[in-house]
Design a protein around this ligand. Structure first.
Ligand SMILES: Cc1cc2nc3c(=O)[nH]c(=O)nc-3n(C[C@H](O)[C@H](O)[C@H](O)COP(=O)(O)OP(=O)(O)OC[C@H]3O[C@@H](n4cnc5c(N)ncnc54)[C@H](O)[C@@H]3O)c2cc1C
Ligand SMILES: *[C@@H]1O[C@H](CO)[C@@H](O)[C@H](O)[C@H]1NC(C)=O
Ligand SMILES: *[C@@H]1O[C@H](CO)[C@@H](O)[C@H](O)[C@H]1NC(C)=O
Ligand SMILES: *[C@@H]1O[C@H](CO)[C@@H](O)[C@H](O)[C@H]1NC(C)=O
Length: 500
């Protein structure tokens, strides 16, 4: 085996970039990234709303503190606002649940006071926190997170809100439906009924109050790319086949073949394609096919849709200090997170909006959030149809019949052929073993003469930071390190050890 092996990385998202960065720094010379699209960044994608910066993909650094490599890079590149850098901000331990100032509106067109709705919010978050008791527990009486939340909410609500008026009790249950939809957006799932209760607790949050990139998340990508040798990435090169286990001739055991028929021989390939893409294309992508245990994990892990709908107004219809707007449908006291008829009432899945701050930077702009099949259906509508639905919704909930958005912009991640959704979540039956299987290199048997032919990185391969940018980044570093330590063990002198 060559001591300066040929390494092909499939995908130029943050995980592929992180892997390339580390390998190049460690002295590997034959590293190449093949990217399907014309750009780097993948699900980190900064767009424009009029003249202003918006994020089509990731918005936040979740848990911006010293333990988060994405925070450290962004800080070192000078990409963050001063508030995000303060020790106070880093020390905030809010479990990715920022203490945002809410405005609540109901489907009958009324403002609801925060004090009035607060008991629902408190009960909901108490139950979400209570899911941690199921950590590492395989058998529970609950079929899913949704099942647990709903059953427990019903029981505790009956005890706790016994003395409240019936109408108040019903309204609070409707507000829990809104919160379930919020949770669907965080988990990019169609319904909380699809999330494994034990699996839900695998996710770890870091301390720090979530922050954004004032000039766009892509600034991080640009900085990292500028430190890689030119020509390392080949764009517009979708990989169609990964032929591995080609060990007969004792040349390069892997052959990567692109859509246009171009072939790249390699000793190692690091596959970073999104789980959504893998679910859809694994059977054509890998020759020989993935081993069954890995395939089953690809299928058990969930990958769903969460989209954004940005809406800009001439003037605000929310309070000046408002940071999040929640909509409560008064017919949803059954605590539902799915609409009865996707085509007719998809818009009911949108839980509300976050307010883009500061106003001086963004004007009067909101970001609406919608997950699940309703979100996937929304993607098929024209921008005009989406604008119409949003306008009707806001007019109804505010009771103001003339509010008109100035501009609307939405993401369409489900129909992105290279992503096929937004990010991963622990589907029913998932355990940490599935994430271990996801990251396991091929061939699986150590005894094989050519180890580490196909390696796997990407957001959906991180055992506890899955679904995030920092999880994706760390997974790329992990696979680079796997190769680096492999070569330093067989040939201690070269290539040089990573200094990153
Ligand atoms: C709407 C939305 C909001 C999000 N919000 C946040 C957030 O606020 N904070 C956060 O931390 N995370 C967030 N995320 C998740 C975060 O964006 C991802 O976890 C992370 O960017 C994934 O990086 P990756 O390298 O694993 O995958 P990707 O960025 O998807 O990179 C994979 C690359 O592979 C390419 N590719 C696919 N198929 C092929 C092929 N056959 N051949 C060649 N190339 C191929 C793709 O084009 C892509 O460039 C969000 C994601 C979405 C969609
Ligand atoms: C952008 O932000 C500015 C504030 O900087 C705001 O006045 C303007 O309305 C926003 N929208 C557009 C399209 O520029
Ligand atoms: C956007 O900015 C350009 C110059 O930076 C300006 O000429 C233009 O009027 C702006 N457009 C809007 C909609 O604000
Ligand atoms: C890999 O090749 C060897 C010998 O050529 C064969 O015995 C083995 O079954 C192959 N592995 C897979 C996963 O196809």
């Amino acid at each position: 085996m060559s001591s300066d092996p040929k390494i092909v990385i499939v995908g130029c998202g943050i995980s592929g970039i992180a892997a390339a960065h580390r390998l190049v720094k460690a002295g590997f010379h034959h590293v190449r990234i093949l990217e399907a699209t014309a750009r780097s960044g993948g699900r980190i994608k900064t767009g424009r709303l009029g003249n202003n910066t918006t994020e089509i993909g990731a918005s936040y650094i979740h848990g911006p503190s010293e333990g988060n490599p994405v925070f450290c890079l962004a800080r070192d590149y000078g990409l963050l606002d001063p508030e995000a850098l303060t020790p106070e901000n880093q020390a905030m331990d809010v479990d990715e649940r920022p203490p945002w100032e809410p405005n609540w509106f109901s489907s009958s067109g009324e403002r609801l006071s925060a004090e009035h709705v607060n008991p629902a919010l408190e009960l909901f978050y108490e139950l979400v926190d209570d899911t941690s008791q199921f950590k590492n527990q395989e058998e529970t009486q609950w079929a899913s997170v949704g099942h647990f939340l709903r059953s427990e909410a019903r029981q505790r609500a009956a005890e706790r809100w016994r003395d409240k008026e019936e109408a108040t009790r019903e309204l609070l249950l409707c507000a829990i439906s809104t919160m379930l939809k919020v949770e669907c957006c965080s988990s990019a799932t169609h319904s909380m009924d699809e999330i494994d209760l034990g699996g839900f607790c695998m996710y770890k949050s870091l301390s720090g109050l979530d922050c954004t990139f004032p000039s766009g998340y892509e600034g991080l990508i640009k900085n990292l790319m500028s430190e890689l040798p030119g020509g390392l990435v080949t764009y517009n090169r979708p990989v169609r086949f990964v032929h591995w286990n080609n060990t007969e001739k004792r040349e390069n055991p892997v052959m990567v073949e692109c859509d246009d028929g171009e072939k790249f021989a390699a000793d190692h390939v690091i596959v970073t394609v999104p789980l959504g893409y893998l679910k859809k294309h694994h059977s054509t992508l890998f020759h020989p096919p993935l081993p069954l245990h890995k395939l089953h994990s690809v299928q058990r892990l969930g990958f769903g849709t969460n989209n954004k709908i940005y809406v800009e107004f001439d003037s605000p219809w929310w309070d000046q200090d408002c940071e999040v707007i929640y909509f409560v449908w008064e017919d949803e006291d059954a605590m539902v997170d799915q609409v009865p008829d996707v085509q007719g009432s998809w818009i009911k899945k949108l839980f509300g909006f976050t307010v883009l701050k500061p106003t001086e930077r963004y004007g009067h702009a909101l970001c609406g959030w919608i997950a699940g099949h309703e979100s996937e259906y929304m993607e098929t509508l024209s921008e005009q149809e989406v604008t119409h639905a949003i306008t009707q919704l806001i007019r109804r909930f505010t009771g103001n019949p003339i509010i008109t958005p100035r501009r609307v912009l939405r993401s369409q991640w489900f129909h992105d052929p290279w992503t096929c959704g937004s990010y991963s979540y622990p589907g029913k039956g998932c355990s940490v073993q599935d994430l271990e299987n996801m990251m396991e290199p091929l061939p699986v048997k150590e005894s094989q003469s050519q180890p580490l032919q196909v390696l796997f990185a990407g957001e959906a391969t991180h055992p506890y930071y899955y679904s995030t940018v920092h999880g994706a980044f760390l997974s790329g570093c992990r696979e680079a390190d796997r190769l680096i330590s492999h070569y330093s063990s067989i040939s201690p002198s070269q290539p040089a050890k990573s200094k990153l």
